[in-house]
Design a protein around this ligand. Structure first.
Ligand code: ADP
Ligand code: MG
Length: 282
């Protein structure tokens, strides 16, 4: 039979907007020593906006991004619609997860994405491209026929509650860290803003889960907080998967806990609730 404390805990969680799927999750939550947060859509709102366009690249980028559903793609597409720009057609389109997009536009080979993508295609990146990254912006670099053309920078607001969540968890003696596919400079700026000192950046989507298992194999009790399709394997791999309610269905299915209000601070509330339940079971 389910101990009363667990039932009460699950009920109390529901009142707080913290959906706990199974009683065991509360017991596991008591063993968490590190909370690993996804960046985009978890610590940030996940609704980036275009802030800078350097060079004549919007048409090229928009043509590719029109085929993608990444938050960056939504930002670029919105900007183009506002400007009423005509978008050229794309052939041989390909999305390269964690890196960017590729396609043929007017028989030119076009790529739009991060540094890793540019490196893979042997594109030389001008030195000043790093400035926008240091401002916490995600930089989409555009190259045409192997030549660097310019960049589009997008910026995402910090999720209200992210800074408070990190502060509260640290106060509870729980370590916090951020994991992201975004580049290191951008990630570190966001981490500084929310008070996280450990940053795992430039992680390919398929590698997020193995970073979680690395931590677990070192005896760390890991909670993973995420929202995206990419996060689902990491949410499953973690001792405790916590999905944001506004996140993708796959993430919500993978997590043991769902934060209905999308507030990262509820992560701390969930662990505190677990602590109370456990002290009453013992
Ligand atoms: P995140 O952890 O930020 O959700 P992703 O794995 O989705 O990261 O993407 C990692 C990086 O790959 C992005 O920061 C971006 O540089 C690049 N990228 C991914 N998709 C796109 C896209 N549609 N357009 C441009 N760049 C992209
Ligand atoms: Mg995300």
């Amino acid at each position: 039979a389910t101990p009363t404390a667990v039932t009460v805990g699950i009920g109390r969680g529901a009142e707080l907007g913290i959906l706990i799927k199974k009683g065991e999750a509360l017991e596991v939550a008591g063993r968490i020593s590190c909370v690993l947060f996804d960046k985009t859509g978890t610590l940030t709102e996940g609704k980036p906006e275009v802030t800078d366009i350097v060079g004549d690249v919007l048409g090229y980028a928009a043509a590719l991004e029109a085929r993608s559903r990444h938050p960056i793609a939504v930002a670029v597409t919105e900007r183009v619609m506002r400007e009423g720009l005509e978008i050229p057609g794309v052939e041989e389109f390909r999305a390269i997860p964690g890196k960017g997009l590729e396609g043929k536009i007017n028989s030119q080979h076009v790529i739009a994405g991060n540094r890793v993508l540019m490196d893979e295609f042997g594109v030389e990146i001008p030195a000043d491209a790093g400035k926008l990254e240091s401002e916490g912006k995600t930089v989409v670099m555009v190259a045409v026929d192997g030549e660097f053309k310019g960049v589009i920078a997008v910026s995402d607001r910090i999720n209200p509650g992210a800074t408070a969540a990190v502060g509260e968890l640290e106060r509870m003696g729980i370590r916090t860290a951020m994991i992201t596919g975004d580049n290191r400079r951008t990630a570190e700026k966001v981490a500084r803003e929310v008070g996280i000192s450990t940053v795992i950046a430039e992680v390919l989507p398929e590698d997020k889960a193995s970073r979680v298992s690395d931590l677990r194999s070192r005896g760390v009790g890991v909670a993973f907080v995420g929202d995206g399709i990419n996060d689902a394997p990491a949410l499953s791999e973690a001792d405790l998967g916590i999905a944001l309610g506004g996140g993708t269905d796959v993430a919500k299915e993978a997590g043991e806990v769902v934060l209905v209000g999308d507030d990262p601070l509820d992560t701390a509330a969930a662990l505190q609730l677990a602590g109370k339940v456990i002290s009453r079971i013992k």
